[in-house]
Write a protein that binds this ligand. Structure first.
Ligand SMILES: Nc1ncnc2c1ncn2[C@@H]1O[C@H](COP(=O)(O)OP(=O)(O)O)[C@@H](O)[C@H]1O
Ligand SMILES: [Mg+2]
Length: 285
């Protein structure tokens, strides 16, 4: 039928995921850190990647952003083959990320970190960008305006001129998120944004993540240990265990699957975040 014929290519384009990971396999020496992982992130989606410590979550993010080279598999972003590109080119395509341990410029101010975050992505000369003169001037003004908007969103504006090292860990974590946002990514990769953040800040962060997703159309791939944050913000969750996908789907259902509960319980040395949540619920109530 003609109507069907006309809509078919559009449908196909719409169904193509923003990020598509196929058969991803990573080895560190004899250790199989990620094993034959398939992962799709749709444009506008919030997908949480969870699993016990050592499951391979950070390694997956490192493969997407270009810091780790997989032994096998492919990664496509907006139809582009990412494995052919270095980390900077991937960032320039619209992939932003935060790091588990911050990795901010500790001796610089919050605002300077955001301006660097932006220039890293835009690939303008750093020094040129920081000095308000020459051809970079209009971009500089725009970058500063954008940085202040992001700081206002995250309620970090009062700290704009504070040196990062002087801030509490929770605030530094938020600065890391702010810096990644300054690059205006299309896909934001967040590695445990709620770790070391106070409960009040966690709630605020969850609210912000939902807002960026809803208002800016930002697609999020989020590693998160705090199951309250996962349940509050993620539309879908993917559970990794020993580098393999254990379960995937709607968080309310997946996080109650026996195999998932067991994966967390099976690691004696680790606190079970699914139990932790019950404890904190009781503590709060
Ligand atoms: N650069 C590396 N060199 C060697 N082993 C690594 C490296 N990065 C991670 N690993 C190992 O790979 C496994 C997965 O690590 P990671 O991706 O950090 O897990 P997660 O983020 O889920 O806690 C772990 O056993 C870890 O020790
Ligand atoms: Mg990790």
């Amino acid at each position: 039928m003609s109507a069907e014929w006309q809509t078919a290519p559009q449908e196909a384009r719409r169904r193509r995921p923003l990020l598509e990971v196929q058969g991803l396999t990573v080895r560190f020496g004899g250790l199989l850190a990620v094993a034959d992982l398939d992962l799709r992130v749709e444009e506008g989606e919030i997908l949480a990647l969870v699993g016990p410590n050592g499951a391979g979550k950070t390694t997956v993010l490192n493969c997407i952003s270009g810091f780790v080279r997989p032994a096998a598999g492919c990664i496509h972003f907006a139809g582009r083959d990412l494995l052919a590109l270095g980390p900077e080119r991937r960032a320039a395509l619209g992939i932003g990320r935060t790091f588990q341990n911050g990795q901010l410029f500790a001796s610089m101010t919050v605002l300077e970190n955001l301006l660097i975050g932006r220039h890293t992505y835009l690939r303008a000369g750093l020094l040129q960008g920081l000095l308000p003169c020459g051809p970079a001037k209009s971009e500089d003004a725009r970058a500063r305006q954008r940085a202040h908007e992001i700081l206002a969103w995250l309620e970090l504006e009062p700290y704009a001129d504070c040196v990062v090292a002087a801030l509490p860990a929770g605030l530094q974590k938020l600065v890391g998120v702010a810096r990644a946002l300054a690059g205006e990514p299309r896909l934001l990769l967040l590695d445990e944004p709620a770790a070391g953040v106070s409960l009040r800040e966690v709630a605020a962060l969850a609210e912000q993540l939902r807002r960026w997703n809803a208002e800016l159309g930002l697609t999020l791939l989020l590693i998160e240990h705090n199951m309250e944050v996962v349940q509050a913000v993620a539309q879908r969750v993917c559970v990794l265990n020993y580098g393999r996908k254990l379960a995937e789907g709607e968080p309310g259902r997946v996080l109650r699957e026996p195999a998932v509960l067991e994966a967390y319980l099976g690691r004696d040395e680790e606190v079970n975040p699914l139990q932790e949540q019950e404890v904190s619920d009781h503590a709060a109530g």
